[in-house]
Design a binder for this molecule. Structure first.
Ligand code: 3PG
Ligand code: MG
Length: 400
C-alpha cells in the first residue's frame, strides 16, 4: 500500500468530539434456525480500531453489510444481533439505528456523545450501496459521508468490492486505513513478495469457478498447490475420472484440465474421498479411491490417505496459505479432512496464513487453537484477490 494514511495518523490529529465513520465487515455467519451469531471472529477483529477511537473520545459511527440482501430491507439480514454482540465485546452499549441513512440513522448519530458507538443498519438494504451506476452509488455515498468528519476503512473482507461504502465514501472524507486492514495487507504482502520456500497453498471450498483466477495467478509462484473440498471433483473429472453425484462444474472441466497440464506437477489432488449417499449428517458413507466413486454417491470430504499425503507436503513447507474447507466440516462425519489439514498446518515449521471467512470459521468450529496459526484473515474473496495481484477498490480508494 503506497501512501496510505493510518488510524494512528488520524488519532494523532485528535478525534475527540469528532464523528468518525468506520466501515467494518461485520458479515458474520448466523444460525439459520435461531438467527444467533455462530462465529464472532469478524466482530472481534475490528475491536482494536473501535477501541482506539472510543478511547480517544470520537463519536464512532460503524457501518457494515451482512449477507446479500437485494437493496431493500430484509429482516433476516438485520445487523441488530451484531450490535448486541459488539456492545458486549466493547463493554458499552452500541446504539443501533434501524435504517442506514434515514431518520433513525440521523437521530442516532446526532445523539452520540463523545466516546460512544453507533451501528447503522445493513448497508445493502439500500440499492445505492452495490449499484453499478456511479451516480446512484455516489448519491448513497453522499448520505453516508454526511455522518462522518473522517472515514476509517477497517472492512478488509470487503475491500475487493466496488461498493459505495468502500470505494466512494473515501473520496468524500479524509480517509485512513484501520488496524485490521493494515495488518491484513502487511501479512498478505509477505506472500506476494518473497515467501520462504517451499511455499504451499491449500485450496478447498465448493466453487472451482471462484478459484480459477487465483490458481492461474499462483501457479508460477507456489511450489505445491493442494486441492480438496467440493472444487476437487471438477479437477478429478478433468482427469477422466467419474465423480458420481459430487459437486461438478461441467463448464469448468476443460479449464481445469488445461491448468493441470500447465501446472508442471505442482497441483496435488485427492487420491481418496469420503463418499456418501446423501448430503446429510447421518448419510451412509465410505472411504473410496477416487477412481472408484460409486455413480449414486457424492464425495463430502477428502479421505485419510489424501490427508496423510497433504500433511507430508505441508510438513516440509516454510510458507503456507490455506483457503477453503476440505469437506463439509459442519457435519462431524465429513470434518476429518479439514481437521487433518488444519492440524498439519499448525504443526508445520512455517509462516501460516488462513484466508477466508469459511476456513477461519472452520478453525474455530473445530476447536483448534487460533494462536497456532500465523495469521487468520477475515477476508475470503478479498485475500484471494489480493494474492491474484488485482487492484482492490477499497485499498485503491485509500491510496488516493
Ligand atoms: C465475505 O463474506 O466474503 C465478505 O463479507 C464480502 O461479502 P460479499 O462476498 O457478499 O461481498
Ligand atoms: Mg464472499
Amino acid at each position: 500500500m503506497s501512501a496510505v494514511r493510518s488510524l494512528d495518523d488520524l488519532l494523532a490529529e485528535g478525534v475527540s468530539g469528532r464523528r468518525v465513520l468506520v466501515r467494518a465487515d461485520l458479515n458474520v455467519p448466523l444460525d439459520k434456525q435461531t438467527g444467533d451469531i455462530t462465529d464472532d471472529g469478524r466482530i472481534r477483529a475490528v475491536l482494536p480500531t473501535l477501541g482506539a477511537l472510543v478511547e480517544a473520545g470520537a463519536k464512532v459511527v460503524v457501518c457494515s453489510h451482512l449477507g446479500r440482501p437485494k437493496g431493500v430491507p430484509d429482516p433476516q439480514f438485520s445487523l441488530r444481533p451484531v450490535a448486541g454482540r459488539l456492545g458486549e465485546l466493547l463493554g458499552a452499549p452500541v446504539h443501533f439505528a434501524t435504517d442506514t441513512v434515514g431518520d433513525s440513522a440521523r437521530s442516532t448519530v446526532a445523539d452520540l456523545a463523545d466516546g460512544q458507538v453507533a451501528l447503522l443498519e445493513n448497508l445493502r438494504f439500500n440499492a445505492g450501496e452495490t449499484s453499478k451506476d456511479d451516480a446512484e452509488r455516489g448519491a448513497f455515498a453522499d448520505q453516508l459521508a454526511a455522518f462522518g468528519d473522517a472515514y476509517v476503512d477497517d472492512a478488509f473482507g470487503a475491500v475487493h468490492r466496488r461498493h459505495a461504502s468502500v470505494h466512494d465514501v473515501p473520496a468524500r472524507l479524509p480517509h485512513v486505513a484501520g488496524r485490521l486492514v493494515l495488518r491484513e495487507v502487511e501479512v498478505l504482502s509477505k506472500l506476494t513478495g518473497d515467501p520462504e520456500r517451499p511455499y504451499v497453498v491449500v485450496l478447498g471450498g465448493s466453487k472451482v469457478s471462484d478459484k480459477l483466477a487465483v490458481i492461474e495467478a499462483l501457479l508460477p509462484t507456489v511450489d505445491r498447490l493442494l486441492i480438496g473440498g467440493g472444487m476437487c471433483f471438477t479437477f478429478l473429472k478433468a482427469q477422466g475420472l467419474e465423480v458420481g453425484t459430487s459437486l461438478l462444474e461441467k463448464d469448468m472441466v476443460e479449464t481445469c484440465g488445461s491448468l493441470l497440464e500447465r501446472s508442471g506437477g505442482k497441483i496435488m489432488l485427492p487420491v481418496d474421498v469420503v463418499a456418501a449417499d446423501a448430503f446429510a449428517p447421518d448419510a451412509t458413507h465410505d472411504t473410496v479411491r477416487v477412481d472408484g466413486i460409486p455413480s449414486h454417491r457424492l464425495g463430502l470430504d477428502i479421505g485419510p490417505e489424501t490427508v496423510a499425503g497433504f500433511a507430508a507436503v505441508l510438513s516440509q513447507a516454510r510458507t503456507i496459505f490455506w483457503n477453503g474447507p476440505m469437506g463439509v466440516f459442519e457435519m462431524p462425519a465429513f470434518a476429518a479432512g479439514t481437521r487433518g489439514v488444519a492440524e498439519a498446518i499448525t504443526k508445520a515449521d512455517a509462516f501460516t496464513v488462513v484466508g477466508g471467512g469459511d476456513s477461519a470459521a472452520a478453525v474455530r468450529a473445530l476447536g483448534l487453537d487460533e494462536s497456532s496459526f500465523g495469521h487468520i484473515s477475515t477476508g475470503g474473496g478479498a485475500s484471494l484477490e489480493y494474492l491474484e495481484g488485482k487492484s482492490l477498490p477499497g485499498i485503491a480508494a485509500l491510496e488516493n
